[in-house]
Design a protein around this ligand. Sequence first.
Ligand SMILES: [Zn+2]
Length: 136
Amino acid sequence: MALSKKEREVLYTKYDGRCAYCGGLLKKGWHADHIEAIVRDFKYNKEKSRFETTSTCRKPENEKLENYNPACASCNIQKNSFTIEEFRYNIKKFVASLNKNSTQYKFAKRYGLIQENDIPVTFYFERVEANQNTYN
Ligand SMILES: [Zn+2]
């Protein structure tokens, strides 16, 4: 199910035009993320030698406006079909991965250009909800 133009407008305003995850301003081409994945079915396209999504999904019950978050393209692509907690866990692992695999990252850190912060990964929507609970 694709969202209607009106539903996309409603979703856009959910966090005042910001990505529910990183909080960045949504730009043209922003994504409507399924909070709980619908898990699309894939089919192998022999001519193109790649998997492609089909029009069917394994969790059609998650296809509802309440299950959408507005997201920037990069957050949506990175979240993929992971749950919120899996997405948080994956982000948390990025620093260890960079320390293990990226020479550029390690050099930048060695020369003081990068400072790591061992803090919990908090999503924008969680900060918004925490502020609402503080002031209401
Ligand atoms: Zn984002």
